[in-house]
Design a protein around this ligand. Structure first.
Ligand code: URA
Length: 242
């Protein structure tokens, strides 16, 4: 197959974008730069193709689990602030990958990045009840049993200037005087902080431990990203009836 066709079929951009990538000398077969779009590549050779040093993958869908660091926007690009898209290798930036849901600027932890729109939709839509588990550090008195029950029953947020908003039941486990684990099955904007503010406990640190069946790997540091294994992908899909 022609090199430009193979790269286009694999989602690295349009034919003309690929021409630019090739002209810039970013594609190699072993050590040799390939710059001719018409170069004929065999299936065997395709296994050794790299773009910016990263193996070219023909998979249409890609899945990465990032441990989102503090002080990063959940966006693919931004003129002013660091964002999670900056952490994705440049070679993959044309694969139309985006974050699944949104974590606040200071929230850390599990963030899935993918170009699988259907899975992304199912993980974030309340229809599939996917659990999002947060480790919450807050200030003020320890939460009382009565307040914990309010989360379990499904609280109605009443915020100044907003209509009352009924939330789904959420599971809250106390871990220490100022720390709890909160499991949600929906993802409204700033939901954890708003729920905690409603019971008078401002959040001072927020970390997402999991979304659906996806968790961080042991020792995965903030800013580190790993490609999901076929089993991890299958498990996320199975859990969302895909
Ligand atoms: N809820 C919040 O308030 N912030 C997040 O980043 C995620 C959930």
């Amino acid at each position: 197959m022609r090199l430009d066709k193979l790269l286009a079929n694999s989602g690295y951009g349009t034919r003309s974008e690929i021409k630019d990538i090739l002209r810039a000398g970013r594609v190699r077969l072993h050590e040799d730069v390939l710059s001719d779009p018409a170069f004929h590549i065999t299936d065997e050779q395709a296994r050794f193709l790299t773009l910016d040093g990263i193996p070219v993958t023909s998979s249409r869908y890609l899945y990465f689990c990032l441990n989102k660091p503090d002080n990063y926007l959940t966006a693919m690009s931004d003129d002013r602030l660091p964002c999670v898209g900056d952490l994705l290798p440049r070679a993959l930036q044309s694969k139309k990958i985006s974050p699944v849901g949104r974590l606040d600027y200071h929230t850390t932890g599990v963030l899935l990045l993918t170009n699988d729109g259907e899975l992304s939709h199912r993980l974030t839509s309340p229809k599939w009840h996917q659990k999002k588990v947060y480790l919450v550090t807050y200030t003020g008195e320890s939460l009382t049993d009565k307040e914990v029950a309010l989360f379990a029953k499904g609280m109605t947020l009443m915020e100044a200037g907003h209509a009352p908003e009924k939330l789904k039941p959420a599971e809250l486990t106390l871990l220490s005087d100022q720390q709890c684990r909160l499991t949600l099955t929906e993802g409204k904007t700033h939901q954890v902080k708003r729920m905690m503010a409603f019971v008078g406990r401002p959040v001072i640190a927020l970390h997402r431990e999991s979304i659906g069946t996806l968790t961080l790997r042991d020792g995965q540091k903030p800013g580190e990203m790993y490609p999901l294994t076929p089993d991890e992908i299958a498990s996320l899909k199975e859990n969302t009836d895909m």
